[in-house]
Design a protein around this ligand. Sequence first.
Ligand code: FAD
Length: 474
Amino acid sequence: PVTLVWFRSDLRIHDNTALYHAARRGPVIGVFLHAEQQWREHGHGDNKLDFLCRGVEALGEALAERNIPLIQRQVPRFDDAPQALMALAEELGADALYFNREYPLDEVKRDQAVLAQAEHSGLEARALRDAVAFSPGELLTGKGDYYGVFTPFAKAWHKAISAERLEVLDPPERQAPLELSSSASQRPDYPNKSVDGRHWPAGEEAASDRLSRFLRGFPDSPAKRYKEQRDFPARRGTSELSPYLALGMISWRQCMQAVMAINDGSLSDGDAGLTAWVSELVWREFYQHVATGFPRVCRHRAFQRHTEALDWRDAPEDLAAWCEGRTGYPLVDAAMRQLVATGWMHNRLRMVTAMFLSKHLLIDWRRGERFFLEHLVDGEFAANNGGWQWAASTGTDAAPYFRIFNPTTQSERFDPEGEFIARWVPELASLAPKKRHAPTRDLLTDLDYPAPIVDHRAARERALDAFKSLSKDA
Ligand code: FAD
């Protein structure tokens, strides 16, 4: 009997829980369902879909080396998955279906429908925990609720983590070649455009190269300086692993094990750079729990209900200026241009630009959430939604509404030499480094760069008023 392994956001053969357990049963066939229409409805754009397609190809090659076929099929939407999988199982004579769980609401509903259909069809189906250390619901507050604040969640996470949950699983062995009666795989014919794929080579090898760049040679590696450097976008101070983690081309366990190997086996003590990095991986898991525990966030709703009454501005011109990197705030513009050109944005700048849109421009955070997803190669619902709601002060652990980043001060602190600005806003590169943060009007007369579209102080007051007028009882 053959086991079908349905790959989704776990495009790897190493340390893949579903693949590992399926291979122990006997021969395996991999399946990948391209649900383009559904992904586009979820807001994913060409950059992510291109990276995904390349990742699926890389997975197919890695599986082929082990004689495991990977069948790609197109289904428009998640609703089509149960039928497509049952038909494939029948066609291939499979008696079991294994997959790793995903946690946003639509994915959960899809998986429930698949499990129900499998039961109905007499197919053994197993949904496994892989993307997180603890299934949502396993870590709860003393009162039995989901955590809505990160710090106590992280404490509970560290207390409960065990060697067993951190174990990295072997890739499957080479199996005997299978005679497939199935018609050939259908390759998808999208996307039609994307950023230069060379920024983001896909697959496990590329992911492991990034992890090595970040850790290799420790303490002489970026990881050692992570805590000090991670906020400076001009330096490559972070791992740049987010696209790979989002699609599972590397597992969080592989990352944690790599840390433990150079940190005396610890995730919570020892080197400050390494433990700060581990904490970011725990943030990743936190937001996945939030998506399950508070499903309203998956329905475009605010986590903090009272903020839903906020009177967001309908300001298409301001929104366009933000999207196109011409707000007149150089760091904001540099960041937005980095996003559009590379499909990625540095974390500090995600916070700065998200706050600028939701506070300075008082534009609904959902507009920005959507724009990010459309461009991000690492676009991932839970982290993106969590980050946006944090910045807009509508979310879990939200920034208090009166804490509004001053984009100029942020620029002076985190891009002190204006290097990042010069790279992405070349119009300003001729200015002396210190003048790049907030070029004065006389400097701008000779430059093709706009004056600020809003005044920081006035915009700040407007945002404070809007938030103050909200009633907490709503
Ligand atoms: P590192 O600093 O090396 O961190 C390691 C890993 O930890 C990351 O790859 C990521 O998987 C995880 N991580 C780090 N910070 C966070 C965080 N704040 N929340 C959740 N996970 C985190 N991250 C995404 O993966 N996809 C998104 O769509 C996304 N959208 C965001 C939107 C906003 C408004 C904000 C403020 C943050 C968003 N983030 C998102 C989180 C964070 O900005 C990126 O994960 C990070 O910049 C990726 O760079 P890195 O891999 O070099 O991170």
